[in-house]
Structures are given as C-alpha cells and as structure tokens.
Ligand binder design. Structure first.
Ligand SMILES: Cc1cc2nc3c(=O)[nH]c(=O)nc-3n(C[C@H](O)[C@H](O)[C@H](O)COP(=O)(O)OP(=O)(O)OC[C@H]3O[C@@H](n4cnc5c(N)ncnc54)[C@H](O)[C@@H]3O)c2cc1C
Length: 462
C-alpha cells in the first residue's frame, strides 16, 4: 500500500464505492478502506450451497434503470442489468392479495380522486415540495384528500418508501419527492426493480470500475480514526495486527497511518464517533454540528424478517407485496420473491421469499418482545401464503437496525440531513444514506455519493 493518496474513502458500501470510483476516474489516486472482508456494506450478497443467492434481507431498488443507483454505476462507465420490472404493488387486505389496480377499480368513485392527487404530486415544484419536509404524511393527506381508499393506498406506499410505521411520523416531503420522481420517470406512484444477481448486480460493477481505474480497495481493514493537521483532514489511522496477547477489554489496536488531504466518511452517521472525535471541547467539527449529530444518530428505523427457501413457489409474480398492518403482528409488512424477478437467484423450480416487518428500534433491543413479534409474524405469513409450511426447505430470521439510514420523519430529510461537506474542516466529507440525498434508501446513498464526489473534484480535482 502506498503511503500517500489524494483521497481516502472510509467504507465500501454503494456510496463509498461510487465516490471512490468517481474520484479515481477524475484523476485523484484513491484508497477505499472497508472493515468487512467483502464490499457492499448493507447491500452485500451471499452465495449459498445449492445455488441460492441472497441479499441482506429484503432489498429492491425503486426506479431501476431510471434510479440514482443506475446513474451512479453509469457515471463510472459500467451498467446494471435489471431483471423484470415489478408489475404492481399487491396489498394484503380483507384476507387476500389485491393489486392496486383492483383496489382502485373496486371503488370507481375514487379513481378520479387518485388521478387528481397523482397530477398534483407530479406537478409540484421544488420549493412547494421542500416546504413539506417538516410536515407529516398523515397531515398532508388529511389536508389534501377526503377519500379513505386514496388515503389507505398512499399510506401503504409511504410506509414502503420510508420504513416508518405511522403516517403521522413519516415526512411528507420525502414521500412526495420519491412519488414525483416515480410519476415523472415511470408514470407510476412507486416502482420496484431488482438487478440480475441481486444487489451485487449494483455493487460488483462499482468495485470493478474503481479497480480498473487503478484505485486501491483494501478489504478487512478497519479505520480507527481520521487524522487532522492544523484543522484540515490529513489521512486515517488503520488498525493493524498487533503482537499483543491481550483480548477484549484489555486489547488496544496497533495503528498504521496513511496520508491524504481528502477523507470521505462513507459510513452511517451513527458510526461516525468510531472514527471522529465528537467531544465538542476537542473536536475539529463545530459544536452546532455535533449537537445536530447527537440529535440524529439514534433516529433510524428497524426491520425484522424471514428469508425463506421454498421447494416450490407460494407466490410467483414479479410484484412487490405489502400490508399496512398485519392481523397478528400489528406491524406493516413487505415481501417479494426475488426468484420471480431473477430465476437465477434460486435453484431451478425452487423459490426464494424475502419478507420483513417494519418495527420500532426499541422492539429489536427487547429480546423477548422480538421473539414474540417473530412468532406472530410467521403466523401472519402462513395465513398470507397458505401451504407455505409444507414447502419450506430452510428459513432464517434476520433483524436490522438502521436499515434505511435516518428515519424519514419530518425534519430529518432533504436539507435537514447533514451535508456531504463537513462544515469548517477542509478536506473532510460524508457520503451515504444518512447524509444529504433524496430517494428511497439505496438511491439516496447513491445520490449523496455522486454529489460528494462532484464537490471534491470541483475543489481538489486535478
Ligand atoms: C435488511 C435491509 C433491507 C433493505 N432494503 C432496502 C430496499 O428494499 N430498498 C432500498 O433502497 N434500500 C434498502 N436498504 C437500505 C440500503 O441497503 C442502504 O440504504 C444502502 O446500502 C446504504 O449504503 P451506504 O453506502 O450509505 O452505507 P453502508 O452500506 O452501510 O456502507 C458503509 C460501509 O462502511 C463500512 N465501515 C463502517 N465503519 C468503518 C470503519 N471504521 N472502517 C472501515 N469501514 C467502515 C461498513 O462496514 C460498510 O460497509 C435495506 C437495508 C437493509 C439492511
């Protein structure tokens, strides 16, 4: 490893890999350091024995070939191959799956109202949209429609977009942004796409582009801290193997320093205090910024779910599935069948089902509550997909805190998210889904990565 670079990117998720690729292609020699042995962050993929390809839990990309993720991959000279596009969202209500179209047709009096609302959103200009960043989706809907079916439809879509369970807790601005983007680009309120090969279909081209351009990707290496000199970014200290026999609490890492005048923390906001001093007395970052960071770092959302391998499908259409509140669990539900989009992710004739329930983070920390929720979630799943128990080859549960970056609640989206440029500290930048960027989770990470690289190249580029 060279001692000096033009830029160091901490983290090889979609945002970090995107920034690293763009900087390297822009002529800056770049090191990307990832603590995990594999790239991808929350978009890692796993190949299991027998021919199964898994993402971490349920993962889809809104907008597909018109997404910020696709644009990021194209901007480093590569392409994402997209599988079949989702035909519709199906919602589980009154004991069965109903497509959005079916719901709308079943209540003809609402068709005109839904069309009116969609037009209103599609025609919204940026200032009007941004003025709703502080408003809740529940309040916005109450102020803009009296139709119960319209509200229900828009609430379910809001939950899918934000992974926030309650409409009165969702930011209207973020939902309106995502809906407007989808309406303008795909003539639909919300679209879901799946890359061939799962999320690695986005991550692998980013890795290839970075390495082909001559960038250095260092996996399995953790950054201990960002280094500063005279209040400017000056590189990072990496953890290295120590001769110390001490373990656990007694162990202190040995460090190796690598220098660069630009450091990008492409890691979630809640991990920043692992690499940056957040003591206002001694930190390089201003006190107001640290206060904001303290406010936001616990503002995230949680998911629990089942990944299920089935001997044959219990549902075989390339659709996104959802329910606003499950009968037994009482939580919002999402699911889809990756193998219905890309048959290559399951052995021939078999089926992969990804499911999740949106929960409050506290419920994940409470082990006993978590067990109760998972048990009732399976009862709900068995009712929604009759006969599933006989077809299960294997299944496992997963839990996730911080699935979609900052919870998209009022006052935590758009310009209220921390900027990608660190204030008052030359050379320090941020990228990822917890920093400024719009769109559904991975797209917001991709957009922030592209914005971040643009700002760096403008200021430090050669
Ligand atoms: C279960 C689950 C389901 C999801 N479903 C969807 C979905 O359907 N649609 C959607 O749009 N989004 C979804 N998301 C969210 C999406 O995965 C994220 O928004 C996106 O991956 C975030 O990318 P990122 O680059 O910002 O951060 P990350 O992917 O978190 O990347 C940060 C990287 O930094 C590394 N790192 C941290 N600290 C250090 C250190 N000190 N040294 C070195 N490396 C470090 C981490 O290991 C990580 O690899 C889901 C996420 C999860 C977990």
């Amino acid at each position: 490893m060279a001692e000096n670079y033009d830029a160091i990117v901490v983290g090889a998720g979609i945002a970090g890999l995107g920034v690293a690729g763009l900087l390297q292609r822009g002529g800056m020699s770049t090191l990307c350091v990832e603590k995990d042995p594999r790239p991808g962050g929350r978009m890692q993929g796993y190949d299991l024995e027998g021919g199964w390809r898994l993402d971490i839990g349920l993962h889809m990309a809104e907008l597909g070939d018109a997404s910020s993720a696709d644009e990021l991959v194209r901007s480093v000279g590569k392409q994402v191959e997209w599988a079949a596009f989702s035909d519709t969202v199906e919602i589980y209500r009154e004991g069965r799956w109903q497509s959005l179209q079916e719901m709308i047709i079943a209540s003809p009096q609402d068709i005109e109202e839904i069309k009116r609302m969609m037009k209103l959103i599609a025609r919204m200009d940026d200032p009007t949209l941004e003025s709703t960043d502080l408003a809740s989706w529940g309040d916005w809907l109450a102020a803009n429609t009296d139709s119960t079916v319209t509200k229900e439809l828009f609430e379910v879509n809001g939950m899918i977009m934000t992974t926030v369970p309650e409409p009165f807790e969702m930011s209207a601005g973020e939902i309106l942004y995502i809906a407007r983007d989808n309406l303008l680009k795909k003539h639909n309120f919300l679209t879901a796409a799946y890359p061939v090969g799962g999320m690695l279909g986005i991550i692998n081209p980013l890795v290839e582009a970075f390495e082909e351009a001559g960038g250095t990707l260092k996996l399995g290496t953790e950054v201990d801290s960002v280094l500063f000199e005279g209040g400017r970014a000056d590189g990072v200290a990496l953890k290295k193997k120590s001769p110390s026999p001490y373990t656990g609490w007694f162990y202190m890492d040995d460090l190796a320093e690598v220098r660069a005048p630009v450091v990008v923390c492409a890691m979630p906001l809640w991990s920043l205090d692992e690499v940056l001093d957040m003591n206002p007395e001694t930190a390089v970052l201003p006190e107001w910024w640290i206060k904001r960071y303290e406010d936001l770092k616990y503002e995230t959302t949680g998911l629990i779910g089942y990944t299920v391998a089935l001997s044959e499908p219990v549902y075989d259409k390339p659709n996104f599935l959802s329910a606003l509140k499950l009968d037994h669990t009482g939580m919002p539900f999402q699911a889809f069948v990756p193998s219905a989009f890309d048959p290559g992710v399951a052995p021939e004739g078999k089926s992969l089902l990804q499911t999740d329930c949106v929960v409050e983070v506290d419920q994940i920390f409470d082990k006993f509550e978590l067990e109760r929720l998972l048990a009732s979630m399976w009862t709900d799943i068995a009712e929604m997909f009759p006969g599933i128990d006989e077809k299960v080859e294997w299944k496992f549960v997963y839990k996730c805190i911080g699935c979609d970056g900052l919870a998209r609640k009022p006052g935590q989206v758009g310009a209220f998210k921390p900027d990608v440029v660190a204030p008052g500290v030359d050379g320090l930048y941020f990228a990822g889904d917890t920093y400024r960027g719009r769109g559904l989770a991975l797209n917001s990470a991709a957009l922030s990565g592209k914005t971040c690289a643009g700002k760096i190249l403008e200021k430090h580029g050669k």
